[in-house]
Design a protein around this ligand. Structure first.
Ligand code: ADP
Ligand code: MG
Length: 719
């Protein structure tokens, strides 16, 4: 299998895409029912109804929905679509769809139909999607409901086209069963809270919106090599594999020239992404061999997340076409960098002001500081929730496992802003008379180069946005963004209340805001850290500061059922208590299943892929010794040494695997998901490394010809 795979991978012709010269400006949104398409295909009334819904959250009535459905159908048919589907994001981590044809038989002929009912709401038979106990079997219905704020689009397969309608997914009782429903609530909340704050400063602002740009890291592996690795096929990561002689230590991959075959793949992804309106802007090699990154221009959060999910689907599909497999797992290979999804986040007014961009005059600087400091406070109070929102079995390999970034949530703001904040606070000591200016008049224009130096921080201010870097590469960003939006909104609401009170008590607005901001800053300052986040000193220092350092998912998830979660989520109407509990259960289950599958695959690998060639080699050595002796010759010590080494590692690998399998059985019989998750975390997952140690030793000494599994050097360097 291995040698065939290597041959196939080595002999691949670099496939050139047929579409050499494309006009991206023409392709852009070709498959999106965007504003222009709506103007063309909808009546003025229907168009305005949708616009009002998108821009002002107004409901679209049934009659208008009927018009929209008719227009959307005409558009989709004109593009060659034959089917339609509600497109949603259940808590499995991938997207879901169930296609229906437009046409149906009528009076012996076929007619094309698409009604408001089909547009607005559907009832997918979704009883086998995760629900955390929210749906009893007797009420197993789930509903998808149209999200007009994300435009419908056409998904092209090689042979057919499907109209996709972005939707939320809820239970019969309206409980969220997906990522989008709570995200939309958090977006409304933070937009409103921000707008209310803006009213202190900018009278013209009537709405704000959160923005998001997602940098996506990934690995590409040749399809033949991938298929010869059961661990990659089943778990998306390698469970064994000796480190190659050369990894990423030469730093020769990062920003290096993109290999032709990879370039062709990226180019086709960009073409298809453009048609779907995904504004991909950047592509480059990442640090590890075989690792790459792409990033779009930032967009409104809901759209950015839909686009990221869509992009991942697209990348996966097109990888097959190019005989690659794309790996979104956070840590596909031990010993080299893993992959993340940097979430660049900001708040922008409907007058076009980026609220996380320091201004040029005192008033806008005070507005900037208000948003900036309150965001820091939100992170401070909700660090555990943010940590929980990015927790997964796969992301545990990055967070808390000596890899960027650590599990300790902190914020980096750069030296300039540190100075600004210090000056801002010091001013407190000046008496009212001495207080000339409040030091914020002079915030220098922050150059991005000054702030983006610290690549180790989980939450870095990068000049005009915060960058949450701890998000895993496979994670649906809706989860962390729901947490961040809600946390910031919750803080802004509390802040406004204090300011309103101060003003009602006769205070001057500006002075009240400054005084409140100082309090907020003082109470959240210990989350600021400018140094090396990977260092042991930071772990010690963070402990002293009382910051959490939650190293595994079962522990992290507890934040979802904490007091802070009630304040941030339940009190603000983002999740009900029941929904939070359900999510907690679902995430625990997900964790358990992932480690369970890894355990099974590892067992299978050891017994049927690793021990057999090791034993073959052992037999060969033993036979060799025997025939030398039979010939009356004296053998050297090498064979005996190898035999001893092989035997040691064969024994250990077998025994430890047996023990792991037994521990798994025990864990499976535990009563609660929580107990199981902790057992899988401590008793089972931790033994993987132990087993792997012996397996990797075997890989190192067994005859290369006998070894069945493609090695790291092949997986990482052949393309
Ligand atoms: P860097 O590589 O230094 O992090 P980039 O300019 O490449 O910075 O930006 C990374 C991502 O951040 C891109 O998706 C970009 O569109 C996004 N971004 C830039 N400004 C904002 C903003 N105001 N809000 C949200 N995302 C932003
Ligand atoms: Mg970045």
């Amino acid at each position: 299998m291995r040698s065939d795979a290597i041959k196939t991978a080595t002999n691949r012709k670099t496939k050139l895409t047929t579409k050499h010269h494309v006009s991206f400006t023409e392709l852009y949104k070709a498959n999106v029912f965007d504003d222009f398409a709506m103007r063309d295909f909808l009546s003025k009334e229907a168009y305005e109804s949708v616009s009002n819904s998108i821009n002002h959250g107004k409901t679209i009535n049934r009659k208008m929905a009927e018009h929209v459905a008719a227009g959307m159908k005409r558009w989709a048919l004109s593009k060659g679509a034959t089917h339609y589907t509600h497109w949603f994001q259940p808590l499995t981590g991938s997207t879901a769809e169930k296609h229906d044809s437009f046409w149906e038989p009528k009076d012996g002929k076929a007619v094309e139909k698409f009604s408001a009912g089909a547009l607005v709401q559907q009832e997918p038979d979704a009883s086998s999607l995760p629900n955390g106990g929210l749906r009893n079997t007797f009420e197993a219905r789930g509903y998808t409901a149209w999200d007009p704020s994300s435009p419908a689009f056409i998904h092209e397969n090689t042979t057919g086209k499907t109209l996709c309608i972005p939707t939320i997914f809820v239970s019969y009782n309206g409980e969220a069963l997906d990522y989008k429903a709570p995200l939309l609530k958090s977006i409304n909340l933070v937009n409103k809270a921000t707008t209310d704050i803006c009213k202190f400063f900018l009278k013209k602002v009537t709405a704000c919106s959160a923005s998001l740009g997602i940098e996506q890291e990934y690995f590409l592996v040749d399809e033949a090599l991938f298929n010869a690795r059961p661990d990659l096929v089943m778990c998306g990561r390698t469970l064994v594999g000796h480190a190659p002689a050369k990894g990423q230590q030469m730093d020769d991959h990062y920003f290096g020239s993109i290999p032709d075959r990879v370039f062709n793949y990226m180019y086709e992804v960009e073409i298809e992404a453009a048609k779907l309106g995904i504004p991909l802007k950047t592509r480059h090699n990442e640090v590890a061999p075989g690792q790459y990154e792409c990033a779009p221009m930032f967009e409104e959060v809901n759209l950015a997340i839909d686009h990221n999910q869509l992009l991942m689907d697209l990348m996966d599909d097109l990888a097959h076409k190019h005989h690659f497999r794309v790996l979104f797992h956070e840590k596909p290979f031990a010993g080299i960098n893993g992959s993340g999804k940097h979430n660049n986040w900001s708040l922008i007014t409907n007058t076009g002001v980026n609220l996380l961009s320091p201004g040029t005059d005192p008033n806008s600087n005070l507005l900037f500081l208000t948003i900036f400091i309150n965001t820091i406070k939100a992170l401070h109070d909700n660090a555990d929730i943010i940590r929980a929102s990015i927790a997964s079995a796969s992301n545990d390999h990055r967070l808390g496992a000596n890899e960027a970034p650590p599990a300790i949530i902190s914020a980096f703001i750069g030296s300039q802003l540190t100075e600004v904040l210090n000056a801002f606070l010091e001013d407190e000591t000046a008496s009212d008379n001495d207080r000339k200016s409040i030091n914020i008049d002079k915030i220098p224009e922050i150059m991005r180069d000054n702030t983006d130096r610290n690549r180790t921080s989980p939450f870095a201010f990068t000049g005009n946005k915060f960058e949450l870097r701890a998000v895993g590469s496979s994670t649906n960003s809706a989860q962390p963004m729901t947490a961040l939006n809600s946390a910031v909104a919750n803080q802004l609401i509390a802040f406004k209340k204090q300011v309103d009170q101060g003003i009602a008590d006769g205070g001057d607005q500006k002075k009240v805001i400054v005084a409140e901001l100082k309090k907020v800053l003082v109470s959240s300052q210990n989350i600021l850290f400018e140094g090396n986040n990977y260092s042991d000193e930071w772990a010690k220092e963070a402990k002293k500061r009382g910051l959490s350092n939650v190293k595994n998912t079962p522990e992290a998830l507890k934040a979802y059922i904490s007091k802070q979660a009630k304040e941030t989520f339940v009190d603000n109407g983002i999740f009900t208590k029941e929904e939070l509990h359900a999510r907690y259960e679902i995430m625990l289950e997900d964790y358990i299943k992932k480690i369970q599958i890894e355990g099974r695959v590892l067992g299978e690998l050891v017994y049927s892929h690793i021990l057999p060639p090791a034993i073959d080699y052992l037999t060969r050595l033993a036979n060799n010794v025997k025939s030398i002796q039979e010939a009356g010759l004296k053998s050297g010590t090498a064979q005996a040494e190898l035999i001893a080494e092989l035997s040691t590692h064969i024994d250990a690998a077998k025994k430890k695997t047996d023990a792991m399998v037994a521990a798994r059985k025990k864990a499976n019989s535990m009563n609660t998901a929580e107990e199981q998750a902790f057992s899988y975390c401590h008793d089972i997952k931790e033994s993987f490394e132990d087993i792997r140690y012996h397996v990797d030793k075997l890989e190192h000494i067994v005859d290369d010809q006998l070894w069945q599994l493609p090695k790291y050097r092949e997986l990482l360097f052949i393309r």
